[in-house]
Design a protein around this ligand. Structure first.
Ligand code: TPP
Ligand code: MG
Length: 348
């Protein structure tokens, strides 16, 4: 499903009518540009030793912003670890987002404030949590939708397949967003599936749709329809957002070891932000004044990210024992005592 070509030409689809105003499209452009700046700054901060690690989202801005802008405030998101664009739209501050990557907090934000759970590093766990939460929503008689985000590689995990079974059987109000960025670290998609990923949904009893993940309008339209379906009691949908991870898997990865530069170059021509810029320009919906203002806003965000990151206070070392379990228990006490002895070894 595509509504905007890489050249910025608007096309129409019989199943998805979307007539966004100029203001809406400018808003999507702004969200994607700010998200990209946040990402660029975070990579630079990691290179300067200010963050332990970062998972870049370069190339996946449209999949995330389009989907996130389809969410209603009361919907709930269960992210993976690369959902910086979705976090941005949910209102997670840039500095809160950096905390886990700087290692100053286990989480970074209150999930109930922004209706988005903390990042999940263990591949696929959040899909089961999302379905469990969605079953709770269903039992409460509420009309919220739940969004579960994961990657192409995660579809090979048991947890994701079990989540599909439960969601299908229970008709849970959940939307699965699979950002197929073609790679699971160094494993290409063809080592994980013989059929397009969206087709897996039919075996579990719910619809699957493949959307151009670099087309923010298509992602918005498809997510809107799927979330509405969930809220209206018609059950789950799998969205496969077909996109590309233009950067490294994380700052610890060197993709030149396993993929050809030509592949990255080909995808660069499908840049999700550039096609919206082309559309806005061609249709005279935005000019230099608008683009300069967004750049200025991105510069301000960049400063905020750099200053905010460096100002994050180091936690008291024992704080790591405080929030993993609801209460204390013998093993935790033992580890805490051993840790104190370890720290004492440095004294004097
Ligand atoms: C259960 C589990 N197994 C292995 C890993 C190591 N690991 C981290 S990311 C990753 C690849 C995930 O690829 P994909 O689902 O496509 O998501 P992407 O990183 O491309 O967004 C793996 C195997 C992990 N974090 N959790
Ligand atoms: Mg992937």
């Amino acid at each position: 499903m595509q509504l905007l070509t890489p050249e910025g030409e608007r096309i129409h689809h019989p199943d998805y009518s979307l007539e966004p105003t100029g203001e809406e499209v400018r808003g999507l452009f702004r969200d994607m540009t700010l998200t990209r700046r946040l990402d660029t700054e975070a990579v630079a901060l990691q290179r300067q030793g200010e963050l332990g690690l970062w998972a870049p989202l370069l190339g996946q801005e449209a999949a995330q912003i389009g989907t996130a802008r389809a969410l209603a405030p009361e919907d709930f998101v269960f992210p993976s670890y690369r959902e910086h664009g979705i976090a941005f739209c949910r209102g997670v501050t840039a500095v809160d987002l950096l905390k886990i990557w700087r290692g100053t907090e286990h989480g970074g934000w209150d999930p109930y404030d922004v209706r988005m759970a903390g990042y999940s590093i263990v591949i696929g766990t959040q899909a089961l949590q999302a379905v469990g939460y969605a079953m709770g929503v269903q039992r409460d008689g509420a009309s919220e939708a739940v969004l579960a985000c994961f990657g192409d590689g995660a579809t090979s995990q048991g947890d994701v397949n079990e989540a599909f079974v439960w969601a299908g059987a229970q008709n849970a109000p959940v939307v699965f967003l699979c950002q197929n960025n073609q790679w699971a670290i160094s494993a290409p998609l063809e080592t994980q599936a013989r059929v397009p990923l969206y087709r897996r949904a039919s075996g579990f009893g719910f619809p699957g749709v493949r959307v151009d993940g670099n087309d923010v309008l298509a992602c918005l339209a498809v997510a809107r329809a799927a979330l509405r379906r969930a809220r209206d009691g018609h059950g789950p949908t799998l969205i496969e957002a077909y996109t590309y991870r233009m950067s490294a898997h994380t700052t610890s990865d060197d993709p030149t070891r396993y993929r050809a530069a030509a592949e990255v170059d080909a995808w660069r021509l499908k840049d999700p932000i550039e096609r919206v810029r082309a559309y806005l320009t061609k249709n005279e919906l935005a000019g230099d004044e608008f683009f300069d203002a967004v750049d200025a806003e991105a510069d301000a965000l960049g400063r905020q990210v750099r200053d905010g990151c460096r100002a994050l206070p180091d936690p008291e070392p024992h704080a790591m024992f405080e929030h993993v379990y609801a209460g204390r228990h013998a093993q935790l006490d033992e580890e805490c005592t051993a840790f104190s002895a370890y720290l004492d070894a440095f004294a004097g």
